[in-house]
Design a protein around this ligand. Sequence first.
Ligand code: ZN
Ligand code: ZN
Length: 364
Amino acid sequence: MNRTQIHIPAVDLGTAGHLPYAVQTAEPTRTRAEQPATDGAREHTEPENTVPNRDTFIAALPGAVDEAMQKAIPHLYTPELATQIAKNMATELSNPQPTEPSHYPWCEPGACTSHRYEDGEVTTEHLGAKLVMPVPDGLDCYNNELLYAQLGYDENFVQSVPTASINSGGNGTLLDDDSLDKVIGDLTQFTDGLRAMRQQMTNAAGTNAEEPVTAAQRGQDWMNKWGCTPWCVAAHDQTGGLECHASAPNETQLRAADLDCTGYSENGRTLPWLSAQVIVCNEKPQAYGRETRVWMSYGVHVAEISPAQAREALDQMRAFTAQLAAVVDMADRVAADDFPGDPEVARLDKEATDRRIKAVGARA
Ligand SMILES: [Zn+2]
Ligand SMILES: [Zn+2]
């Protein structure tokens, strides 16, 4: 089965549902095929410009195939072959094979429902696995569904592509690809916000890192003297001080030394695993302009990149977190079979190795 066999029946746009699959109430808009099949006895009585019924079509087949073959493939044409092809086509038309609905790779086994119409045509409502955001303890929510999403495609409705049904326990909606992109972005931002919140919880519980002094706190004279942005935390008056203006670095709680097996990490205090901050260079701006950069650091490695490059890195990092999650999950499962060795067996093994080394030394 391939997807090209699926067709979208013509429907009244005004009645198509824009509700989640679970609550879709609009009547299927396809009614044509549910009318009784035309009685073959009435052939030749149809007005012009209507589609001929099946028997009329079958009756016309031998002549049509014969003529078509002579015109299109004369080198293959024989009257016998034309008759045989017409016969095969007539048989197929008279006994339409029941069509098994074709499914999408994302279809949840057993979740799709099919409806067969009287003319043998089958339309299917396809449903993917339900993605459910569990309700946090203590929060009441209609239907116990804080947020859920499900991919679906109803061959009987107007959407020409699968849509994502998003519901928050109340009234839901159907999203096309662009709207879903926006929801993904918003949700990602929300989730990132929750993670930052989580990090702040940890930071609040640990030692309070001293907040760096901003240019705004130092005052207008300072800002005028150094051309500072209000959020700049650079100590421009110190020898070797930064000439550009820098925001306070955002850092992971995790230190580079905790992950770095090579040992380098000391730099006043241990370097963060990951760090990022905004840098503005605006020296003699009339001559050289003003440029915003992002410093992204991984341990001792610093990248100075444009905001666009930083966004690309952010998108890659977001995509990578899903892959990292898969690796960590796999590592957890694999590690379940880990076990410590037997110290007594290890001692005997070492002693045997020592004896072999001594024996080799004595022979030399
Ligand atoms: Zn399906
Ligand atoms: Zn500054």
